[in-house]
Design a protein around this ligand. Structure first.
Ligand SMILES: Nc1ncnc2c1ncn2[C@@H]1O[C@H](COP(=O)(O)OP(=O)(O)O)[C@@H](O)[C@H]1O
Ligand SMILES: [Mg+2]
Length: 572
């Protein structure tokens, strides 16, 4: 049973005018009072006389049709009647408005629906919709277990608070979109705080470090960065190379396809193999020597350890990679008598061809920005260990991973974030989030999605979050993606979004992306997007019958770029 309608929708005091033309595109209405200057007050609510963007109800047979004013104009002959300098007496303005019909509420059952059962007729009365009625018509409050999340209030009606069920926000994935400065980060912080308050868990990937303000049951860690001194209390984490796939490593190291790629592949396999079967090593050696050695023990070990060799995060020693690659550069068969099933001597051509690859690897080993990946110092914990810890700890609700110090070079950030996504998906498939669901929130998500990196030979598609979008939900893993470039979000991710929070959005191509993805937003509603204020957004949800303009509540702890980051030569 739906809740009762909060107030009778057709109040005399809210009368605006009457329908004068009906077409499939919308309804034209006479608004005799639209040129009145001051809004009046009635029963504690502001009553205007028709302004663009306002919701209206049309009294129809047995139902209230809901619409939104998209245009108000004066007919040409009345054009000048509103000029204050003209004083010709009896001219009266006859404003006309266009209304886009959005849906209807059946007055008997109180059910609202997206369709319009009976189109309005010419002469039907049009009223300014009461904000509470709009809320009732738009917001579905089903699935309210666990308490509602108050997200804000209806634009222009501070008394009309809007609350949604956690399920309608995070039951499917959630996207926070909008031009820079529109309020995405604040909304994200607010949602994160609300999830935490309700006992959910959030991993927040923070590319700029602006969420350092979050307080409460939050664990802050830095991916990368350097400790100032022993006394530095910050927690630094690494993302060790062995969590990367072979393709990820190839994207970093860019081996040439002819000789370098197969040698690199062999070397990785050999190094993983000696971890699993150290007996293959010579005394005092940490690499697998192949020159003039029999194939058999190695091939047997490869078969025995097949699974472990190909398991994700199979450990190997990166510092031995260069000598191991060079050790792979041997003839496939020995030409010595009685050593037919042995590798031969050094193959000088391959050896020479691998030199440039080895130089690149050495550069990576020494590169300061790559330290958290290729040479983590002792004080950095492995991020996957920290995540494990966090998931098991009932006292922490939010794990904020600051990536402020993580390098931009070589697509490190994209590759690492993608690998984190892949790791989380692996845990999800394992059933780890069935009891306590996990939300992964990513701000500036366009940086990490829908890209493939590397040259044509060593291409990695950043698909982890696409996969999470597609299958994470059934495992209790959902994402919250905030981005200023919706067009950079892959379509298959967008199609899985259950709720859009669309802040000010100016670019038309981005608007189109949202229109296509949401199914509820159309061109006439999207036309309001460029004018939204800071913190204002259209909420478009699978559960609501039409987009709703909302001023979002502010988070308790407002995101703020850390000192010095926003300081420029102009403000310094
Ligand atoms: N809910 C809100 N209410 C009031 N002001 C807000 C709200 N959200 C954002 N703002 C204002 O807008 C500014 C930009 O918000 P921010 O979330 O950093 O934008 P974005 O992440 O989209 O670039 C904030 O500094 C704040 O002044
Ligand atoms: Mg932001």
């Amino acid at each position: 049973m739906a809740e009762p309608i909060p107030s009778y929708p057709f109040e005399r005091s809210r009368y605006l005018g009457s329908v004068s033309r009906v077409s499939p595109l919308g309804v034209r209405v006479n608004f005799p009072f639209a040129t009145e200057v001051a809004p009046s007050q009635y029963a504690g609510h502001r009553v205007t006389r028709g302004q663009v963007g306002e919701f209206v109800v049309i009294e129809s047979f047995g139902s209230a049709i809901i619409g939104r004013i998209t245009e108000i104009q004066l007919p040409d002959r009345d054009r000048l009647s509103v000029e204050p300098e003209r004083n010709e007496g009896d001219e009266v303005a006859n404003p006309i408005g266009m209304i886009k019909l959005l849906g209807s509420v059946d007055l008997n059952s109180n059910q609202s629906s997206r369709g319009i059962g009976e189109v309005p007729r010419v002469g039907d009365y049009v009223y300014l919709a009461h904000p509470d009625f709009v809320r009732h018509a738009i917001v579905s409050t089903k699935g309210t277990k666990g308490g509602l999340i108050e997200i804000g209030h209806l634009s222009g009606a501070p008394e009309t608070r809007i609350s949604l069920s956690p399920a309608s926000i995070f039951g499917r994935h959630c996207a926070v979109l909008g031009t820079t400065g529109g309020g995405k980060s604040w909304s994200t912080a607010r949602l994160v705080e609300q999830v935490a308050e309700r006992g959910g868990k959030v991993i927040l990937l923070d590319p700029t470090g602006e969420y350092h303000t979050l307080k409460g049951r939050v664990r802050h860690i830095h991916l990368g960065g350097t400790r100032d001194s022993e006394a530095d209390g910050r927690e630094f984490v690494s993302f060790p190379y062995f969590h990367l796939t072979e393709m990820d490593l190839f994207a970093f190291l860019q081996p040439s396809p002819g000789v370098q790629a197969p040698k690199l592949r062999d070397a990785l396999q050999s190094l993983k193999l000696v971890q699993l079967e150290p007996e293959l090593l010579d005394v005092d050696s940490s690499i697998l020597i192949k020159e003039e050695r029999p194939w058999k023990p190695v091939n047997r070990a490869i078969v025995t350890h097949d699974r472990a060799l190909h398991a994700p995060s199979a450990v190997f020693s990166f510092k031995d990679l260069v000598p191991q690659i060079l050790a792979e550069c041997v003839y496939p068969t020995s030409n010595k008598d009685g050593m037919k099933s042995h590798w031969g001597g050094r193959h000088q051509n391959s050896y020479d061809s691998c030199i440039t690859l080895c130089m690149r690897i050495t550069t990576f080993q020494k590169s300061q920005p790559m330290v958290p990946i290729f040479a983590p110092p002792e004080y950095m914990t492995d991020l996957t260990k920290v995540i494990e810890d966090f998931l098991a700890d009932p006292d922490t609700a939010v794990l904020r991973v600051s990536m402020r110090y993580l390098a931009f070079e070589q697509h490190t950030r994209e590759l690492v974030v993608n690998a984190i996504g892949r790791y989380l998906l692996g845990r999800a498939r394992n059933g780890d989030f069935q009891k306590v669901p996990l939300v992964v929130a990513i701000d500036e998500a366009h940086q990490f999605l829908n890209k493939s990196i590397g040259d044509e030979n060593n291409k990695v598609t950043l698909d982890a979050f696409g996969l999470i979008a597609k299958e994470g939900r059934k495992y209790g893993l959902t994402c919250l993606l905030a981005t200023q470039r919706p067009r950079d979000v892959p379509e298959d991710v967008l199609s899985q979004i259950g709720m859009f929070v669309v802040h000010r959005l100016i670019n038309e191509r981005d608007q189109l992306v949202v229109i296509n993805a949401s199914g509820v937003l159309d061109q006439s509603t999207a036309a309001f997007l460029p004018n939204l204020r800071d913190g204002e957004a259209l909420i478009v949800g699978a559960d609501s019958i039409m987009p709703m303009p909302i001023i979002l509540n502010q988070p308790v702890n407002k995101p703020r770029l850390e000192e010095n980051v926003d300081m420029t030569w102009m403000s310094a």
